[in-house]
Design a binder for this molecule. Structure first.
Ligand SMILES: C[S@@+](CC[C@H](N)C(=O)[O-])C[C@H]1O[C@@H](n2cnc3c(N)ncnc32)[C@H](O)[C@@H]1O
Length: 246
């Protein structure tokens, strides 16, 4: 199990979370849902403020968002007309057996107790349904992005995720992986605002928060690719893992 203090640290920053965190590119969401017919029933597990929920709704599917944190659920409901997030977790889903054509997870699978979550996700998926954990990772082949990740102690590197996401247990077929490039345009202050929605910063003490912010401002003021810029393009690689329910 991961540290529950970190896993549920996001709720207090829910509005900023919704504002600053990157969206999911449409081709990535389509690939995650491969083989699932239109107007399918899709569970967005660990739905947070609904960033992935709204991307799936835009493709014409029905979405059932499931989220343990009440602050995140309230933000999702407010930002997503016609949808109400369900209270629940990956280890205990408030849904009947075989109810879903697909289960998608945006930026949350690393918090799950894997063995219990795999069994629970397999229970709610119909046979042949798709399970797909998705992550937006910063493209650290860009020098200043790698430096930013070190300052803010961001550990969700693409390499780590690929190494750890290889098997969803006996109820699932082989795991496939695809990668999609995209970028978001933010001002330096918005990048700092986005980093304030990360669990490392949310659970850090005042001195560590002060260090992170000071070094980030220094980076924006002095790095040759950033100094004097009103906005910066933050490059992302979206990693989509998917497997079929047997
Ligand atoms: C980084 S946020 C991602 C939110 C959203 N999916 C997105 O893409 O923006 C991680 C979310 O996972 C939720 N979470 C943490 N542990 C969980 C668990 N065991 N089961 C389901 N969700 C969990 C947190 O409450 C939080 O909303």
């Amino acid at each position: 199990m991961t540290d529950p203090t970190h896993a549920l640290s996001f709720g207090a920053a829910a509005a900023d979370y919704d504002r600053f965190r990157p969206r999911y590119p449409v081709p990535a969401v389509r690939w995650a849902l491969d083989g699932v017919e239109t107007a399918a029933r899709v569970v967005d597990l660990g739905a947070g403020t609904g960033i992935l929920t709204r991307a799936v709704l835009a493709l014409g599917h029905e979405v059932l968002p499931v989220e343990p944190d009440p602050g995140m659920r309230a933000q999702l409901d407010a930002a997503t007309p016609g949808v109400t997030a369900l209270a629940g977790s990956a280890e205990s889903l408030p849904l009947p057996d075989g109810a879903a054509d697909a289960v998608l997870v945006g930026q949350a699978y690393h918090w799950f107790d894997k063995e219990r979550a795999h069994a629970e996700i397999a229970r709610v998926l119909r046979p042949g349904g798709t399970f797909a954990p998705i992550w937006n990772t910063r493209d650290e082949s860009v020098g200043w992005v790698a430096r930013l990740s070190r300052i803010a102690d961001l550990r969700d590197t693409a390499g780590n995720l690929v190494e750890k996401t290889t098997d969803f247990g006996p109820a699932f077929g082989p795991v496939e992986l695809a990668e999609f490039a995209h970028r978001t345009t933010l001002s330096p202050e918005e990048v700092i605002g986005m980093l304030h929605t990360r669990s490392y910063w949310l659970t850090a003490g005042p001195a560590e928060r002060e260090r992170v912010d000071r070094e980030l401002r220094e980076l924006f003021a002095t790095h040759p690719d950033l100094a004097g810029r009103e906005t910066v393009e933050l490059p992302y690689k979206t990693l989509v893992f998917r497997a079929r329910r047997r």
